[in-house]
Design a protein around this ligand. Structure first.
Ligand SMILES: [Zn+2]
Length: 210
């Protein structure tokens, strides 16, 4: 089930943080369970789209009418603690006409579905007999067991931790996402490319610079 929630930085910052807190505390899960008459929900995909500035066109200098400080203020309302709780942050760019016409055909939905189903099966086997169902459930105390890193991978994470100025929460989130990327490839060990790819899903430093 995908639950779309619009993050609107025009809202008060503390309101956004309360939404975030409730989300983590399974408030939304409880709310939905109430709405659908007690049926159990296996998982929720929370999708939170937002604009990059009040007018919506930043960084297109020709169309965006916002000043730089206004853009910073707008983005700054979505704080680090909120961003830390989002698994995958993806920036979308507008598509120009030429690339729209020349779009090469990528992997089909059916092919992706097969890979996702395989990754789900891997997780079922991994967590058999445990309290977890998905990589996203792995608690910090179980990280060493389920997301064990080799020496090279540890060095990579050390560098990412310093260069991206990660919080502990974001660091563990990268490990869980990397575990899933490895599962999608059918790889037993988390490799450096999986960690690097997972780190790309952290918020853009262009918008949330340190
Ligand atoms: Zn703008």
């Amino acid at each position: 089930m995908a639950l779309p929630v619009q993050i609107n930085p025009k809202h008060n910052k503390s309101t956004l943080e309360r939404v975030c807190f409730y989300y983590e505390e399974n408030f939304i899960r409880g709310l939905l369970r109430g709405c659908i008459g007690g049926a159990s929900l296996n998982c929720i995909n929370l999708v939170v789209p937002m604009n990059p500035c009040p007018c919506g066109y930043y960084p297109d200098a020709e169309r965006c009418s916002c000043t730089e400080p206004r853009v910073r203020r707008y983005m700054g309302k979505v704080s680090g603690p909120i961003l830390d709780r989002i698994d995958l942050c993806v920036e979308l760019e507008s598509v120009d006409y030429e690339s729209l016409r020349n779009r090469t055909k990528g992997e089909s939905s059916g092919e992706i579905r097969r890979r996702v189903e395989q990754a789900r099966q891997i997780q079922e086997a991994r967590f058999e007999g445990s309290a977890y169902r998905f990589n996203g459930d792995i608690e910090v105390s179980a990280m060493e067991r389920y997301c064990r890193l080799g020496e090279e991978q540890q060095r990579c994470m050390e560098q990412l931790y310093a260069s991206l100025q990660l919080s502990a929460r974001a660091y563990h989130r990268i490990l869980r996402v990397a575990r899933t990327i490895a599962d999608l490839e059918g790889a037993e060990e988390i490799g450096v490319p999986h960690l690097m790819e997972a780190s790309f899903y952290r918020p853009s430093t262009e918008y949330w610079g340190h």
